[in-house]
Design a protein around this ligand. Structure first.
Ligand SMILES: O=C(CO)COP(=O)(O)O
Length: 252
């Protein structure tokens, strides 16, 4: 049985005080981590204080990106070692906004996934097709290639630790969510790609989230699906009440 995981991706929103106050507000209210994992992925500047506010509660903290190297001349970047040093458990890797706006490729995503695992961080590796690719009926091929390249060189043991977030680009921040049926079909394709790359047992261990205009009103339709183990939520994760509703609905 895969444990559901609901993660908020705040993107470039909130100020430090708001971020810490959010965690203080939800810390005692999120569901038991035995039933569903809840994660808030926030701007790097806030992570240390948010992690302290989350200590001994069931909410966990994640970064939204990191560099693949441990240290070096990479102005403005944050290392996996620095995140691990702060005991940050999760990191989003290869979000479509980073692929589109910050030149991330399947190769850098692969290096970052490996670096995260080497430092004991759990990567939430994003994949998903553009509107044009969807209209060309190439969703499955696009996602398969992202998975194959993103997981290249990972052992089965490491692969099983990765969380995959399937986020169709056309559904992000647009209010146009994928139907639960389509999302499940593509999450099933992700699992099939992993079964082909590894084996069914490994593929069955990987948790796959759907992301793209998920909100309290529609999350249950996704969670009811076979291959969907959680959600990666942008806009609707910014308010404590909505986040708590999403977390509750995450219990399968
Ligand atoms: O990009 C997303 C999460 O990573 C999805 O964002 P929205 O939930 O705002 O569509």
């Amino acid at each position: 049985m895969r444990k559901p995981i609901i993660a908020g991706n705040w993107k470039m929103n909130k100020l430090h005080g708001e971020a810490v106050a959010f965690i203080e507000e939800v810390a005692g209210k999120v569901p038991n981590a035995e039933d569903v994992e809840t994660v808030v992925c926030a701007p790097a500047l806030f992570l240390k204080d948010m992690n302290e506010a989350a200590a001994s509660s069931d909410v966990q903290i994640g970064a939204q990106n990191m560099h693949q190297e441990d240290s070096g001349a990479f102005t403005g970047e944050i290392s996996p070692a620095a995140l691990a040093d702060l005991n940050i458990p999760y990191v989003i890797i290869g979000h479509s906004e980073r692929r589109e706006m910050f030149n991330e490729t399947d190769e850098t995503v692969n290096q970052k996934v490996k670096a995260a695992l080497n430092h004991g961080l759990t990567p939430i590796m994003c994949c998903g097709e553009s509107l044009e690719q969807k209209e060309n009926d190439s969703t499955e091929a696009v996602v398969r290639e992202q998975i194959e390249k993103g997981f290249a060189g990972l052992s089965a043991e490491d692969a099983a630790k990765v969380v995959v977030a399937y986020e169709p680009i056309w559904a992000i921040g647009t209010g146009k969510s994928s139907t639960a049926e389509d999302a499940d079909e593509t999450c099933g394709s992700v699992r099939k790609a992993l079964a082909d790359q590894y084996d069914q047992d490994t593929a069955d261990k990987v948790r796959i989230q759907y992301g793209g205009s998920v909100k309290p009103e529609n999350i249950e339709t996704y969670m009811a699906k076979e291959h969907i183990d959680g959600a990666l939520v942008g806009g609707a994760s910014l308010k404590p009440d909505a986040f708590l509703e999403l977390a509750e609905a995450g219990k399968k």
